[in-house]
Design a protein around this ligand. Sequence first.
Ligand code: RTP
Ligand code: MG
Length: 140
Amino acid sequence: MATTRTFSIIKPDATRRNLTGAVTAKLEEAGLRVVASKRIRMTKEQAEGFYAVHKERPFFNDLVSFMISGPVVVQVLEGEDAVAANRKIMGATNPAQADEGTIRKAFAESIEANSVHGSDSAENAEIEIAYFFKPEEIVG
Ligand code: RTP
Ligand code: MG
């Protein structure tokens, strides 16, 4: 399996509770390496663009409001089969269904305030990385 990249966001519920390090430690323990990282406050336009695939979903407006409610940490992660490895350590979207040992089981507050985002495919990872990072900001 080749070394690949994925895109991660530590969401506002986690930064608010000072869990940036705790979440990052779980990512690293899962074999992922942080090769780019920055703490930002997303604009409404940025959040709407990022979640454009969900714009017809009933939770879209709440999701955008939540994502701009506080700082987030956007990261590029590198590792063996990075998309799948990250999805595995994140756990299910709904923390009530998340496996023991996952980030969402440990930290998520609700199906919305679920502490992390992770790309769901290699194609989307590339798009999402380019949405937040210039190539020179990523140091592998
Ligand atoms: P993510 O995109 O954040 O990595 O999470 P995911 O793939 O597990 O979930 P997805 O279906 O893509 O939904 C994106 C985010 O929207 C919020 N959500 N709220 N209120 C609800 O029913 C609901 N469903 C989803 C969550 O923050 C979810 O991560
Ligand atoms: Mg998703």
